[in-house]
Ligand binder design. Structure first.
Ligand SMILES: CC(C)(COP(=O)(O)OP(=O)(O)OC[C@H]1O[C@@H](n2cnc3c(N)ncnc32)[C@H](O)[C@@H]1OP(=O)(O)O)[C@@H](O)C(=O)NCCC(=O)NCCS
Length: 154
């Protein structure tokens, strides 16, 4: 059962090419290693949802997910919320909407990677039902190079 949207003026809908400049602005505020226009344009073919503040006429956040045909698993590839709208339940609502889309594709599990140093994001994922399945360390001395693989049934 999807959670109620954080505010009544918030709409979650499929991204369009016109959303890409705002998506890329949110991306630039959320990540150091950024996706470029090409990745986002290609993602319009996948599950690519945006949360829009209809009153203000601006995007609050976005999520990109896809179906891995080989493993029959859903994957969350990208999630970010504009700093102006954080801690209002927007990411949680985007995740729930993406789960719904993945269930519609007949998938029964969703996975994602999260950097070990991103404690806030990890807490968010645990709250919506993900559990750490594996820890991957690319460099043993540097925690910043480590990430968790998290899984959740759909
Ligand atoms: C991580 C991110 C997407 C969270 O978005 P958000 O809309 O603020 O998250 P929500 O409001 O839905 O958070 C739901 C719950 O998750 C947890 N949470 C979210 N962000 C947190 C943070 N920075 N610190 C601690 N807990 C956090 C809290 O428990 C929160 O509930 P609460 O606000 O009632 O305490 C956002 O901070 C962001 O865009 N960060 C930069 C990009 C990024 O790291 N993306 C994830 C990559 S894996």
């Amino acid at each position: 059962m999807p959670l109620p949207l954080p505010q009544p003026q918030v709409a979650i809908r499929a991204a369009t090419p016109e959303d890409l400049p705002q998506v890329m602005e949110i991306e630039s505020l959320g990540f150091e290693k950024r996706w470029g226009h090409f990745e986002f344009k290609a993602s319009l073919e996948d599950i690519f949802l945006v949360a829009e503040d209809r009153e203000a006429g601006r995007l609050m956040g976005f999520i990109v997910a896809c179906c891995c045909r080989l493993t029959r698993r859903g994957m969350i590839l990208r999630l970010a919320v504009h700093p102006d709208y954080r801690r209002q339940g927007v990411a949680r609502a985007l995740l729930e909407a993406a789960f719904e889309e993945l269930r519609r594709l007949g998938l029964s599990e969703v996975v994602l990677d999260v950097d070990v140093v991103k404690g806030g994001a990890q807490k968010l994922y645990e709250e919506v039902g993900f559990q750490v399945a594996e820890v991957i360390s690319l460099c043993q001395e540097d925690e910043e190079e480590s990430f968790y693989v998290m899984r959740r049934p759909l």
